[in-house]
Design a protein around this ligand. Sequence first.
Ligand SMILES: *Cc1c(COP(=O)(O)O)cnc(C)c1O
Length: 411
Amino acid sequence: MENATTRKMSVREIRQDFPALRQQVYGKNLIYFDNGATSQKPQMVLDAINQYYSMDNANIHRGVHHLSQKATSEYEEARETIRRFINAEKKDEIIFTKGTTDGINLVASSFGELLSAGDEIIISAMEHHSNIVPWQMLAERKKLVLKVIPINKRGELLLEDYQNMLSSKTKLVAITHISNSLGTINPVEQIIESAHAVGAKVLIDGAQSVQHTKVDVQAMNCDFFVFSGHKVFGPTGIGVLYGKEALLDEMPPYQGGGDMISKVTFERTTYNELPFKFEAGTPHIAGGICLGTALNYLNQFDSKELEEYERDLTEYAQEMLETFENITLIGTAKNKTSVVSFHIPGIHPFDIGTLLDKQGIAVRTGHHCTQPLMDFYQIPGTIRASFAFYNTREEIDAFIAAVEKSISMLG
Ligand SMILES: *Cc1c(COP(=O)(O)O)cnc(C)c1O
């Protein structure tokens, strides 16, 4: 959203917006490199949470009173902010969920009802558990076939294998936009086009993409797109499922309860229209509103500028790590961002992570909810540093020095 009011990217100023970054851990300035797990929150979001619970708290959609109407309009305004952020065509294509996992389970459960024995679903070798397990459960329940696109050692999808898997039996392709363990950016447009050519629908797991790259669901032409609020500088417990209207209309409701109904009698219940058909019960109202605030925070900037800054950080960190003889980088795709993952033969990732923590550096160690991917590399896990636009080259320098120190302590 480049316009006259676009805020120039200044990492020093941006860091002032995030109070969590100003703290010390074990007497050291916190270096927060666990953005792949969750992001820190800007003051704007913290203020919005406080404002909602202090002054605006009311249940939505049914109240005649002032506060209820205010909360309802803020919640629905947030839905519109989300629509614009991912460029969905219509506001009723934006379904509030608890997060990425919830969104995928919604689709598996509801879209899954439309599938029948022998139908095929394709996922990939680099999926997060939340984009594997719901499909396995569905496959078992409906006797479907689950196929997995393999990857090469760099952590890139083998697209020829994918092409060969596609057939008229393929009903859904569910694939991550950006890998949380490897940083690989998948060629989703191409994947979607090929799937559509055989009549399959495509779900894109955007848990790692909305915060790192501009997403346009219409240009991408995905059928479903899911993401989590907490990874895009918003609250936990809130997320988004985008789905094409015609498809969502065809799908049965996921859960039954209040808000999702049009009329209830003991004989028969009719369902509410979109998006409410998929939003049973009192939602995470503050979460929805403050996710809108988080996206408005991002809207101040030119997304390209943030993206380039993060790519530069990633390349810099990767180049520095490549100078270590005993480090094996995991995930060296040509097209990647925001994640450096590595393994040191003979040293358990957890031991390095613990020593880095003592130096004030927060990284993630382990399988990152991608156990099949770790099996592919035949390692127990990796040490993963994942960046946001509030991180700096100076932090990476400190991190590299700390890795060196940790290795020498363990070696
Ligand atoms: C974090 C993540 C998920 C799960 O998100 P939740 O917020 O835990 O529901 C799914 N896929 C990817 C790629 C992720 O990074």
